[in-house]
Design a protein around this ligand. Structure first.
Ligand code: AMP
Length: 231
């Protein structure tokens, strides 16, 4: 049975960093809707041009295009064993669509680690964020600086501040999160899938808690299950 993890949490809580690490360790692909949009913007596709206007304002891209884009990504062969979803779903409609896409292949969301944090911490984190132009790795001037300023440790690419990384957009993104995405906490809690993780800890601390949560996936399966639990 494939494993689909949904990393839930506000912008700036470090979902991307954690998802990337977990992807490396588990071998599952990291599927980030934000990265998919940024790639489309870079390539100047019609989807990219449409998404850009929303992203620059800190608003959500409409469900219809977002769902189609992520569904297409999840249907690629590398997602056959599952995926680590980061930034999707962000609305109840997207969550329902994800359930449908997975149900079509006899799969379902396995676990939803919800990384929580206070708004002030999020604003500080969003403020010092730098992203690699080439591989999208994320750094922070204080908490996770690159070894060489302006240069990506992973691929040597140039680091830049995302155009949606302005104080006004940060506030708007948090507002949008509280209105449209936070209801997913209850959606997944009611389904028994939510595990809360304290996002105020440092990167290592959050990752340790995330790994501990993921390790329990195996516990939910029948004793005879031979599925990996990434212990
Ligand atoms: P992220 O990199 O996840 O912070 O996403 C950057 C921006 O892309 C967001 O502020 C939204 O404008 C857009 N975006 C990413 N994922 C979604 C989604 N699931 N639904 C709608 N918009 C999204």
């Amino acid at each position: 049975m494939a494993i689909f993890l949904v990393l839930l949490g506000p912008p700036g809580v470090g979902k991307g960093t954690q998802a990337e690490r977990l992807a490396e360790e588990s071998g599952l692909p990291h599927v980030s809707s934000g990265d998919l949009f940024r790639e489309a913007i870079k390539a100047q596709t019609p989807l990219g041009r449409e998404a850009q206007t929303y992203i620059d304002r800190g608003e959500l891209v409409p469900d219809k295009v977002t769902i189609a884009m992520v569904a297409e990504r999840l249907n690629k062969p590398d997602c056959a064993e599952g995926a680590i979803l980061d930034g999707f779903p962000r609305t109840i409609e997207q969550a329902k669509a994800l359930d449908d896409v997975l149900a079509q292949r006899n799969a379902s969301v396995t676990l939803v680690p919800y990384i929580s944090s206070a708004t002030e911490t999020l604003l500080q984190r969003l403020g010092g964020r730098w992203t690699c132009r080439d591989c999208q790795a994320v750094y922070h001037v204080l908490w996770n600086p690159p070894s060489e300023p302006g240069k990506c440790d992973v691929c040597g690419g140039e680091l830049y501040q995302r155009p949606d990384d302005t104080p006004e957009t940060h506030r708007k993104r948090i507002e949008v999160y509280l209105e449209q995405t936070a209801p997913l906490i209850e959606y997944y809690r009611q389904r028994g899938l939510l595990v809360e993780i304290n996002g105020e800890a440092d990167i290592e601390g959050v990752y340790a808690d995330l790994l501990a949560a993921v390790r329990h996936i195996g516990d939910k399966k029948p004793a005879s299950s031979e599925e990996p639990c990434y212990a």
